[in-house]
Structure formats: structure tokens, C-alpha cells
Design a protein around this ligand. Structure first.
Ligand code: NAP
Length: 408
């Protein structure tokens, strides 16, 4: 089979996908069914198949019917927090004899969540470990993909972050303690951007150390942004785009606009690392196709490097519409950490940090053409960001208007 022909490769693949109703999983489903002629996808969805379909109707209203009409998607009811994902025995047996690629993209990414640590681990660490046990019985498996996050290493100081494990103590011991006592020893999870990122940190290490003979690929996206073109421009699941949420929050209720930066970045030159969901999807599928093992980042180095100042001055400042507020946009970048940051910088810790995520493993794909191309062609990133921000501001107005009319 030619490695230049993604359709020929994916035509022979049967994929088990979790998280297919999510922002990333939806895009992967679209690519696999509509662009790559995949043989079959078992898409694990929770609740009911009707709930999954109505989620897709919201995010991909003009595509989902055609995707389902390919008859390549088999919806499998399951819940990643349950033993065996709560999937029926007969379906598990069928998958064990046919699945060639597993992509585990389901997660609970809610940074606002007040879930106890044990539950966060139950959502974002234990499922991939259980799935790996199940995968060990899959006869034809050639790739096991775990979608992690670049912020799995958010305890690191500012600077370069490589595509490797940065261990922090004994992951097995930490997990045992959490499951027994619901907590970890003081300091172990200090510095992580959120409990969710700590859970992914443990998951990566345990997955690799417990399963030396599984063909594992860990993909760490940075912040995922709306699609530049597929399934359609600006496609996203509203709750899953951190930068869009930040822009939305800031426009609705601005904070002090103060960001902590290293002394080098007083002008706001810290990179805000974001990757469009369709580029992230293409990278995942390219690495699957080319048999990459180990850890890869999927971030702005494979797209466009935006600085915080550019996001603020060129984008947010173009849309000073802030409903119900007298205050226009203003931003300050300070290295004096005794000055309090704004609440949004505190919340999205990646905005007040200065990591440089290397995308070394994906460099070889820059000139790939065809359905998995990551080339930007005529894409104008500034125009795209402006329109994205305009759409967000329109959405704010619409929501406000409907709230007002409901009240009336
Ligand atoms: N969004 C980002 O900026 C970002 C950045 C770095 C890494 N990631 C990683 O990328 C992956 C995909 O994230 P995303 O942005 O697509 O998130 P998302 O839009 O929130 O999607 C999450 C998916 O997981 C499913 N899910 C959650 N809990 C489940 C459960 N108990 N059982 C079955 N399915 C469950 C959701 O199903 P429902 O539709 O039923 O809720 C949904 O399909 C995740 O692993 C995430 O950690 C995301």
C-alpha cells in the first residue's frame, strides 16, 4: 500500500473512536467518513444514540446526515467511566476481531469543574488505562492513540517543552493514594493548570509503563481552536475552544486585563498556543498512517504563532462591544508577580505562562498534500481571527437579546 495515499490506508482501517460527539472527535469522524473512505468506525457515545445525533446536529448540521448515510459509523452506547466502558459483551467481541486503530479522544475537559480529584482521575486517567487492557485482546490492533494535552506538563517552568515524559515522582504510588484516600501528598499536583491536566499527566505515564507492548501514540494538542476549513470554517463545539471562551468572557465582562509574563515579554510577546481542530485532526491521522509511536505535540508551531498582544490589540480591541459595561479593552503585561493577574489569566493558566511546545515530530508533514494536508494554502490567519471574533461578539449580542426577550 502506498504511504502517499491516505484513502488507500484508511480504507483498510476499522477504528474505535471515543469522544466522537466532541469538538475534536466530530472533526475526526468527518475526515474519516467524508474524506478518507474509512472501512468502519465504532463510535462510542454516551446516554443515547439520539442524544449523540442531536449534538452533531448542533455542531455539524449540514454534514451529519451525509456522514451517517455512508453507513460507516456504528454507534456504540458506552460510558468511559464504567468498567469495560459499559459496552455490550457481543460488541466488544466483534471489535476485538476487527479493530485496527483505537483513538481515545473522550475526556471531561471542564476546567471549572469542582469535581473531587478521585472523580477527575476517574474521567481523565483511569479510562485510558482500562481501554489499554481491553486493547490487549484486540487481534488486529496496529495503533492505540491517546489524546492527552500539552498542559499535562503545566507544572514545568516557562521555557521549552519537549515531546517526552517529564516524570514527577512515582505515578503508580500517586494513583494508589488518590484511589484510597482521594488526595495526593502535598506538593505532588502543585503547579498544574487544573486537576484535569494532572490526571492526564498521570495517565500518560501509567499508560506507557503498564503497556510496553501496545503500539501507543500519545498526542498532546495545545488549546484547540475552530476549524479553518473542515468540516466547515469556524466549526467547533462552543465549550471546547479555550481562546474563544476567553474572548467571549472578556467581551462580556472584562477583567483588569493584567497578565503575568516573564521579564522578556513586557510587550505581550508570550505565545498563546492554539491549533485549529482540523489541523490537529489531520496531524493525528497522519501520525496514525505513518506508524508514529511515542509522544507528539499538536500546537501552534504547526499553524501560526499568535502572541497575547496580537490577540488583544489586533482582535479584541477591534470589537470593543462589551454589553452592559462602560469599560473598553485594556491590557498590561507585568513580570512583578505581586501585582494581581486578571481573573481570566488566573483561570486559563496557559495565558499567563510562557511555554514553547516543540512540534518536532510533525515537521516531516509540512509538505504533505491531499486530504491530510496541514499546509495553510491561502489561509489568512488575521482575517480568520477577526471574523471569528466578530462571530463571537454577534453570538453575545444574540444571547443577550434572547435573554432580554425571555425576561419581557
Ligand atoms: N479542547 C481543547 O482545547 C483541548 C486541548 C488539549 C487537549 N484536548 C483533548 O482533546 C480531546 C478531545 O477534546 P474536545 O475538545 O473534543 O472535548 P469536548 O468537545 O468536550 O468532547 C469531549 C468528548 O468526550 C465525551 N465524553 C466525556 N465524558 C464521557 C463519558 N463519561 N463517556 C463517554 N464519552 C464521554 C463527550 O461526550 P458528550 O458529547 O456526551 O459530552 C465528548 O464526545 C480530549 O481528550 C481533551 O483532553 C482538548
Amino acid at each position: 500500500m502506498s504511504m502517499d495515499d491516505p484513502c488507500a490506508f484508511f480504507r483498510e482501517q476499522t477504528i474505535l473512536l471515543t469522544g466522537g460527539t466532541g469538538g475534536l472527535g466530530g472533526c475526526l469522524l468527518y475526515k474519516l467518513t467524508m474524506k478518507l473512505d474509512v472501512r468502519k468506525i465504532y463510535a462510542v457515545v454516551r446516554g443515547s444514540t439520539e442524544a449523540a445525533k442531536s449534538q452533531w446536529k448542533e455542531t455539524m448540521p449540514e454534514h451529519i446526515e451525509n456522514m451517517l448515510a455512508t453507513k460507516k459509523i456504528e454507534l456504540v452506547l458506552g460510558d468511559i467511566t464504567e468498567q469495560g466502558f459499559g459496552i455490550e459483551e457481543s460488541v466488544l467481541r466483534e471489535m476485538a476481531g476487527s479493530v485496527t486503530v483505537i483513538i481515545h479522544a473522550a475526556a471531561n475537559i471542564n476546567w471549572l469543574s469542582t469535581m473531587p480529584l478521585k472523580e477527575t482521575i476517574g474521567n481523565n486517567c483511569l479510562p485510558v488505562l482500562h481501554l489499554a487492557q481491553v486493547a490487549a485482546t484486540f487481534e488486529k490492533l496496529t495503533k492505540f492513540v491517546f489524546v492527552s494535552t500539552a498542559y499535562a506538563n503545566s507544572f514545568l517552568p516557562d521555557g521549552i517543552v519537549e515531546e517526552k515524559i517529564y516524570p514527577r515522582g512515582n505515578a503508580e504510588r500517586h494513583l494508589t493514594q488518590i484511589l484510597k484516600e482521594g488526595r495526593v501528598s502535598e506538593g505532588v499536583n502543585r503547579g498544574f493548570a487544573s486537576p484535569y491536566t494532572f490526571a492526564k499527566h498521570l495517565a500518560e505515564q501509567l499508560l506507557l509503563s503498564r503497556n510496553p507492548s501496545l503500539p501507543i501514540l500519545i498526542v498532546r494538542p495545545t488549546a484547540i481552536g475552530p476549524a479553518i476549513s473542515e468540516p466547515y470554517p469556524y466549526y467547533s463545539r462552543r465549550s471546547s475552544c479555550p481562546l474563544s471562551r476567553y474572548i467571549e468572557k472578556y467581551m462580556s465582562a472584562p477583567d483588569s486585563g493584567i497578565f503575568h509574563v516573564s521579564p522578556l515579554h513586557h510587550a505581550g510577546t508570550t505565545i498563546f498556543d492554539e491549533i485549529p481542530v482540523d489541523i490537529a485532526s489531520n496531524l493525528i491521522l497522519l501520525h496514525v498512517m505513518h506508524g508514529t509511536q511515542g509522544i507528539v505535540h499538536a500546537g501552534a508551531e504547526s499553524y501560526v504563532l499568535w502572541t497575547l498582544a496580537r490577540v488583544h490589540q489586533d482582535i479584541v480591541a477591534h470589537f470593543p462591544y462589551v454589553p452592559g459595561s462602560q469599560k473598553g479593552p485594556s491590557f498590561r503585561y507585568v513580570s512583578d508577580k505581586s501585582i494581581e493577574q486578571g481573573k481570566y489569566a488566573n483561570f486559563w493558566k496557559m495565558m499567563g505562562a510562557d511555554w514553547h511546545f516543540l512540534n518536532t515530530a510533525s515537521k516531516r508533514f509540512v509538505s504533505v498534500e491531499g486530504p491530510l494536508s496541514i499546509s495553510l494554502g491561502g489561509h489568512d490567519a488575521t482575517k480568520f481571527m477577526l471574523e471569528r471574533t466578530r462571530l463571537i461578539s454577534e453570538d453575545i449580542r444574540r444571547r443577550r437579546a434572547s435573554q432580554i426577550s425571555t425576561k419581557l
